[in-house]
Design a protein around this ligand. Sequence first.
Ligand SMILES: NC(=O)c1ccc[n+]([C@@H]2O[C@H](COP(=O)([O-])OP(=O)(O)OC[C@H]3O[C@@H](n4cnc5c(N)ncnc54)[C@H](O)[C@@H]3O)[C@@H](O)[C@H]2O)c1
Length: 314
Amino acid sequence: MTSPVAVIGAGLVGAGWAIVFSRAGYPVRLYDGDASIRERALVGIRANLDDLESFQLIESAQAVIDNILVCDSLEDAVSGVSYVQESVFETVLVKSEITAALDAACDEHVVIGSSSSGIPASAFTEDLEGRHRCLIAHPVNPPYLVPLVELVPAPWTDSAVVQSTHDLMTAVGQAPIRIEREVEGFVLNRLQGALLNEAWALFEEGYASAEDIDKTVSEGLGLRWSFMGPFQTIDLNAPGGIADYAERLGPLYHSVAQSRTEPKPWSKDLIQDVESERRKDLSEQGLASRREWRDRRLMALAAHKNKASKDIGD
Ligand SMILES: NC(=O)c1ccc[n+]([C@@H]2O[C@H](COP(=O)([O-])OP(=O)(O)OC[C@H]3O[C@@H](n4cnc5c(N)ncnc54)[C@H](O)[C@@H]3O)[C@@H](O)[C@H]2O)c1
């Protein structure tokens, strides 16, 4: 029998984590500081589970939800657990307070992972007695459909804590990566930022419409990226592999990088121009149903990837 896991914060990301752990057979203790969120949490989770069941990504929505217990206090939630996934608001103050409360309430052996998108663990764990057991375990939304988890230790995080979190994330079907030391934006948002900054700049300079820049990814780069990364991609894009590619195209990429030595903030006018193009394609009222569409597309992709790895191999 696997030991229970606590998920603290039952918003968008916390509810997603509850699904990740419970569908892997780990009993989940879910807690949120807001009573109205606690009351509604299982309704939203149930809807997500029904979708997952309809895409045959889980066998039984009922079995997964039966594994989740909503608790009325932090202490109840962490009692008897081996791991805590904190997913509360993204401010240093809130993260500091909740992590101090968790450090006080959890048994010594319990690891405390934070979903923080950008605040490093060193910003809110330095003064804690149990700071060696704290780290960032940054998911991608929704974590039950996008498996990557960035593990980012603070300078004082015990290496065994990183290893055990890596093992746990692998065991529940996530795809953990290790980031050796803290860096702003971690890896995912640094990569995403490089692409976004270039996309805004190309639009601002009038090289292409927002629609065509989006299409470059959705009909171009992104097709490969759903199953291979940038190094794996270029390794196959020159007859002699990655070194051959670097020799042929390295100078081009270096020259492109040199043309962007002074990055500019995304200006109000620029944002307005891209937004007005986006709103012609999708009204503000349509955003919520488009998010549901995105999640169903992700489910179809996850189902395809599961099948393809059985049929074709990884
Ligand atoms: N939304 C995303 O795309 C995304 C992706 C990756 C990581 N994250 C990170 O995950 C964390 C949660 O984000 P979210 O999008 O789920 O936010 P959210 O606002 O949907 O949920 C946060 C929840 O935390 C609860 N909460 C706040 N303070 C609390 C406390 N002291 N004790 C207990 N519960 C408390 C709130 O009531 C709320 O329900 C943040 O650190 C965020 O940066 C978000």
